[in-house]
Design a protein around this ligand. Structure first.
Ligand code: URP
Ligand code: ZN
Ligand code: ZN
Ligand code: ZN
Length: 484
């Protein structure tokens, strides 16, 4: 549909303000935002957004679609994954390229992933590079990945099959900093986890619940502290901590930011809404992911971080496997279970419900966490994450009064469960537009495979992310305790 669109009567929210305004979309871009727009072209389609919030579409910077987990592959590919995202109000994903064949270079995985996504994605997408080893070739490739390919963030894993040692981490951080890329990290202490895992398995403690006991929060917090110091050593390289799950790790991040170190943090809905009690359930396998769900008290500490500005983004880590087949691999041995859970469709509603409707964050802060900061940190702003003139018309219409009991039947992914089954969501996305095309409406998918485009991202710059956004004191003054 190439007709211009005028959205009227809605409450337009961006990261800085909310007010009743109209938005005119022409050729898939924001053409005008004003109190009243009279001079719209003939044939314009009018969308009535009365009683709805009109917000920049969600950007989920942490997904693993179609990932090769060795013995199996995640069950959502770029079609079902982005379809599910679109129905949940998300208009862009930055997926994590998985590990390729041993010794492969950075460009190899990029071409593999462009093939995965090309004919399948229904919304726009990019990828994070993955550093599976460090040598001169890899270090030399980093510059062209950023400048020519538009890949300006790279992931390091401190655990799993291709964990990096400190020497490789330092060399990667230094070079990525030099070429204006953001280093992101999965921080867990691999040796501490391996020791506990061996001891548990030897003692016959193989049930799913021992997964969490094998990797306690200190393993994560230690690796966060270590990465913060390695980043300082690497000429104060910018650092982004993914899937933060606990308060001790958050304290290390706060300390670094008080010292004006460029460190940012992401958390995920599962760490805000669920906790280790899920491992006592008969279907505990559904909740095997890393880092694992934590003691109940950690949830409130993470909410505090969202409220005081010391956590910057909420992403999902969507990495889905079927419960009835793939997850059963861990039935008699937690260490054999594929790690990860679905969530790309429920991120926006659940954060809105538990954040905005529960009075913890404002609608603007919601936009900041789900769209604006993701866009700023990952080189997409203001094309994404804003309603600036000329920005992509990636928009979600949110109904704060639509109460939905989450159940997997409502969702559009390719797995067979949701970890959030039977949670009541106050508020739900009722329409999603991707570059001016309606891709989801009232729970109905309306997009098309292949309509999503690869987005060439800009290099990382701390200037794009203003200093107030990495100073805890200033952001808390800005956001602290604001309520409806
Ligand atoms: O358990 C998880 N989270 N699996 C996905 C890969 C990762 O660690 O992010
Ligand atoms: Zn703000
Ligand atoms: Zn991870
Ligand atoms: Zn992940």
């Amino acid at each position: 549909d190439v007709r211009p669109i005028l959205i009227v009567n809605g409450i337009v929210v961006d990261a800085h303000s909310e007010s009743k305004k109209q938005i005119l979309i022409i050729d898939g871009k924001i053409a005008k935002v004003a109190h009243t727009i009279d001079d719209y072209p003939k044939g314009t389609k009018v969308i009535d957004a009365a009683r709805l919030y009109v917000m920049p579409g969600g950007i989920d910077v942490h997904t693993h679609f179609n990932i090769d987990a060795g013995f199996t592959r995640s069950i959502d590919d770029f079609y079902t994954g982005t379809r599910s995202a679109a129905c949940g109000g998300t208009t862009m994903v930055i997926d994590h390229m998985g590990f390729g064949p041993k010794g492969c270079n950075l460009h190899h995985q990029l071409s593999v992933y462009k093939d995965y996504a090309g004919d399948n994605a229904v919304i726009d997408y990019s990828f994070h590079g993955v550093i599976q080893h460090v040598n001169d070739e890899i270090l030399a490739e980093m510059a062209s990945m950023v400048e020519e390919e538009g890949i300006s963030s790279f992931k390091l894993y401190l655990t799993y099959g291709y964990k990096l040692d400190d020497d490789s981490v330092l060399r990667a951080l230094t070079q990525l900093n030099k070429v204006n890329a953001l280093t992101t990290v999965h921080p867990e202490n691999d040796a501490a986890i391996a020791l506990r895992r061996t001891q548990l398995l030897e003692a016959g403690k193989t049930a799913p619940k021992y997964h969490a006991i094998s990797r306690p929060l200190e393993c994560e917090a230690e690796a966060i502290g270590r990465m913060i110091n390695l980043a300082r050593l690497a000429d104060n390289a910018p650092l982004y901590i993914v899937h933060l799950s606990n308060g001790l790790g958050l304290d290390y991040i706060r300390l670094a930011r008080q010292n004006k170190q460029p460190v940012w943090a992401e958390t995920c809905p599962q760490y805000l809404l669920l906790d280790e009690r899920c491992y006592e359930r008969d279907d505990a396998l559904k909740f095997i992911l890393s880092p694992p769900l934590r003691p109940t008290a950690e949830r409130e500490k993470l909410w505090q971080g969202l409220m005081d500005g010391s956590i910057d983004t909420v992403a999902t880590d969507h990495c889905s496997f079927t419960y009835h087949e793939q997850k059963q691999r861990g039935k008699d041995n937690f260490s054999a279970c594929p790690n990860g859970m679905p969530g790309v469709e429920t991120r926006m509603p659940l954060l809105f419900s538990e954040g905005v409707m529960a009075g913890r964050i404002t609608p603007s802060r919601f936009v900041e966490l789900t769209s604006y900061m993701p866009a700023k940190l990952f080189g997409l702003y203001p094309q994404k994450g804003s309603f600036d003139i000329g920005a992509d018309a990636d928009i979600v219409l949110f109904d704060p009064k639509e109460n939905v009991t989450v159940t997997h039947d409502l969702l559009h992914d390719n797995t067979d469960y949701t970890p959030f089954e039977s949670i009541e969501s106050h508020g739900w996305p009722v329409m999603t537009l991707s570059r001016g095309n309606v891709v989801a409406c009232m729970g109905e998918f309306m997009g098309k495979a292949g309509n999503g485009r690869f987005v060439h991202r800009k290099p990382f710059s701390t200037q794009h992310v203003s200093t107030s956004e990495f100073s805890t004191e200033q952001t808390s003054a800005h956001h602290g305790g604001e309520k409806e």
